[in-house]
Design a protein around this ligand. Sequence first.
Ligand SMILES: C[S@@+](CC[C@H](N)C(=O)[O-])C[C@H]1O[C@@H](n2cnc3c(N)ncnc32)[C@H](O)[C@@H]1O
Ligand SMILES: [Zn+2]
Length: 305
Amino acid sequence: MRPHLRLRAKRWAGDWRALPPRSRAGRPARGDVACERVAEPRHPELAWACPRDHGRLWARAPGWACETCDAQFPDHEGYVDFLPEVDEPPQSGFGPRAMHNPIFARVYEGLWRPLYTSVARGAPADPQLELWWILDQLRKAEGKTIVDLSCGPGVIGRRLAQSGRFAAVVGIDYSKQMLRRCLDHCAVEGTRGFALARGDAAALPLGDRSMGAIHAGNALHLWPEIPESLEQVRRVLEPGGVFVATTFIHAPGWRGRSSRRFAQAVDARLFDPGELRLECEAAGLVEYAEKVEGSAIWLRAEAPR
Ligand SMILES: C[S@@+](CC[C@H](N)C(=O)[O-])C[C@H]1O[C@@H](n2cnc3c(N)ncnc32)[C@H](O)[C@@H]1O
Ligand SMILES: [Zn+2]
């Protein structure tokens, strides 16, 4: 690509590289762009559990086997496959199906994500602001193992692993293509401490109360089973563990109209205002808070203590 085109593409996609360093109080301090040392992962594979009965797993080549039901989960492509019998979820529509397309997985991070995020905000995407907000919400979970649920190509999960603030980051996604893309990025960047699995948000391959936090970026609108998935989030979070998510809602005005048109064109769902609070509370999550900008919603909730 010619240099000026590359520069333009980078401006459009936003610059994700700068991580906020921790201030003394542990809060991200703006202004400094130094990357922190990447932490040594604390055997993130120890976090896996059978998605059917949450039983413990034993290493059995070429992957893992459940102590309780003896189900086998292969681990030969760089991620553990907790959905070995299914290829793609039975979802229709352009948006949900595109996630399983190799070309789409390639252009997702640099093109598609900034495009739809900008439409929803009604302003250019600001990836650094998003990452810093997420890191700020996850301060309570520093030093613990956390999850990037529906990680896609690892847009956020890779940066969380690179931040060095967590014992390990576990990335889970349904799409093989997205996971392959994530592995490619990790290899090129030298990202460590990011363990990947193929799994369903509605049947998480993680133990009860095992994770310090769960992040789900731009994904809830694609989950077919919201109540079941949020119940899984609550089950897996340790008491007081944080759930942070970004997704999209119906909004008034021109930003709402353009988002609605965009969502209709790509068969994506928009939540109603207030709906996500009710869904989180119904799943047993507490301390719900949200921030809305156009159609984009950033929310956080916690598992009860
Ligand atoms: C729009 S991408 C978001 C990727 C990334 N988290 C981000 O912040 O850009 C949505 C991701 O959700 C995944 N996904 C959809 N349904 C899922 C499910 N039931 N369980 C797990 N992941 C799912 C898709 O495969 C896709 O990678
Ligand atoms: Zn089992």
